[in-house]
Ligand binder design. Structure first.
Ligand SMILES: Cc1cc2nc3c(=O)[nH]c(=O)nc-3n(C[C@H](O)[C@H](O)[C@H](O)COP(=O)(O)OP(=O)(O)OC[C@H]3O[C@@H](n4cnc5c(N)ncnc54)[C@H](O)[C@@H]3O)c2cc1C
Length: 469
């Protein structure tokens, strides 16, 4: 393994180390105070300043810009929302189509804004092999899922089926039986995006304080160790890093996600693998295996999240050799041509999961608090959509976005946002879910019927699905 093996690949692409920003060392006032300088906080700041240039916006970041998931994720920009069906399932077909259209168009909108603002983040819209079936049992599951996407409101043009030959033309997976292609997916270099965005919002007049951890929040005031910001509107944009901050930590809990990056691959190897146009790719595993081709010709590959007892988030990025090796083996199993390729990087971080698996943008004017998150691993695009939505809500703009079913003003969110169970229940449930998914997959891999185990695992999965509802 390379000596950079425990380092986030994206940060190595930044060239010079991004300049640091002064910490908050005074008691100040702002029209809007934002806690967290990841995508959610920065996109909210960006749209607030675009719409209301005179607004005083201050961002407080506990560490450095992009310290959280935004600076270390897998780089997929997805035209879907995890948990979308829970928001729009009860709407009419026409309304569902509108919501899916907004979510799908969000990907193009991000590309447009980056081009307009001159933010170079390797944005590439190559679509995605969204879920490649690798075991025969997965074909029917994925075909049902595709039908579900269409019933939900995603168009045929955006999501369609690839048979085994069409799939093989796109990527040479081991056992590629077919899969879903999703046109509305792009990829980015997230560290370049979050740092470029921070510089852009500063040019618009936003103040960012780094090394300024918000310690308490009360009566329209955020307190840090050496200062405070008094503001009628405080946005909590801490997603999977809310750890010690405010009550939000019981609503959105951190889940660990780990990623590796190969060395740059030779042209000959790329010809063997395919992926012309740099589509993102994922197989149909419920345990999650996904990746894409980076701008410099590596494969960035993420797999297998996990939950830490006590909902601790992953502040450090380093991961162990075993964790890297396990992901390398999964990658080579999917793309056998990669046998012998060096893994140069491996790192991890935390994403946010809400109790009912619904991402949300919330504004409660009675206490002057707003938040967005719970993106469940699909937050790169969602944070743009939700940051934009929060800006509309804060400025009381009656827009299509502010009326979307994931936007909650005032008390309406109280029934929606549930608290997670206490430990050890959360941890036990996470272990049981992982066990049932792994068991199901092991059976599929063997391709043998398991008369007792298979229905038992299915019942277990159905049971988890109903608890989530
Ligand atoms: C390894 C990994 C891979 C992922 N891959 C993908 C992917 O490919 N596609 C996708 O769509 N999503 C992916 N995600 C999820 C996505 O990255 C996140 O959902 C998204 O970046 C969340 O952005 P955010 O701004 O809400 O939160 P973050 O980016 O996590 O930012 C929160 C910030 O708040 C700061 N903070 C916390 N507490 C305080 C405090 N008290 N005071 C001040 N600041 C504080 C933190 O330091 C942090 O910088 C991945 C996540 C991880 C961890």
């Amino acid at each position: 393994m390379h000596n950079d093996a425990h380092r986030n690949f994206w940060t190595t692409t930044l060239g010079e180390r991004p300049r640091s920003r002064p910490h908050l060392a005074a008691n100040i006032q702002a029209d809007v105070a934002i806690v967290g300088a990841g995508f959610t906080g920065l996109w909210t700041a960006y749209y607030l300043k675009c719409l209301a240039p005179d607004l005083e916006v201050t961002v407080l970041e506990a560490e450095r810009v992009g310290h959280g998931a935004s600076g270390r994720n897998g780089g997929w920009v997805v035209g879907n929302l995890a948990g979308l069906e829970r928001h729009i399932g009860g709407l009419s077909r026409e309304e569902r189509r509108t919501c899916c259209g907004v979510v799908a168009d969000n990907v193009d909108e991000i590309g447009r804004v980056l081009a307009h603002e001159g933010i170079v983040a390797d944005f590439n819209k190559g679509g995605a092999i969204y879920a490649a079936a690798r075991y025969r049992d997965q074909i029917a599951i994925q075909r049902d899922y595709l039908q579900h996407l269409h019933e939900l409101g995603h168009s045929e043009a955006d999501c369609h089926w690839l048979d085994a030959d069409q799939l093989a033309e796109m990527a040479r997976f081991r056992n590629g039986h077919g899969g879903i292609y999703h046109r509305q997916v792009a990829t980015v270099n997230p560290a370049r995006l979050v740092n470029g965005l921070a510089e852009r919002v500063e040019r618009l007049g936003v103040t960012i304080h780094e090394q300024s951890r918000a310690e308490t929040l009360a009566h329209n005031k955020v307190n840090t160790r050496e200062g405070s910001v008094e503001s009628p509107m405080i946005v909590c944009a801490t997603e999977g890093y809310a750890d010690r901050f405010h009550d939000f930590k019981r609503h959105v809990i951190p889940v660990q996600s780990l990623v590796i990056a190969t060395e740059p691959l030779s042209d000959a190897l790329w010809q063997e693998i395919g992926m012309v146009g740099r589509p993102a790719f994922a197989d149909a595993s419920r345990l999650i295996n996904y990746g894409h081709r980076s701008a410099d010709g590596r494969i960035v590959f993420g797999a297998r999240g996990s939950y830490r007892f006590g909902a601790r988030s992953k502040a450090d990025q380093a991961i162990g050799d075993d964790a890297i090796r396990m992901r390398r083996d999964l990658l080579v199993d999917l793309l056998p041509a990669l046998e012998g390729v060096r893994i140069e990087h491996g790192w991890g971080g935390s994403l946010g999961l809400s109790r009912n698996f619904r991402p949300h943008a919330i504004l409660d004017r009675r206490n002057g608090l707003a938040t967005a998150g719970g993106y469940a691993g699909e937050g790169v695009a969602a944070s743009h959509l939700f940051g934009r939505t929060l800006a509309d809500m804060i400025l009381e703009r009656d827009t299509e976005l502010a009326r979307m079913p994931w936007a909650f003003a005032d008390a309406s969110h109280r029934q929606l946002i549930k608290r997670w169970e206490v430990e050890p229940l959360r941890w036990l449930a996470a272990q049981a879910i992982t066990f049932s998914y792994a068991g199901e997959e092991a059976l599929m891999r063997r391709g043998k019927p398991a008369p007792l185990l298979k229905p038992a695992l299915q019942r277990m999965n159905d049971c988890f699905a109903s608890v989530i509802e």
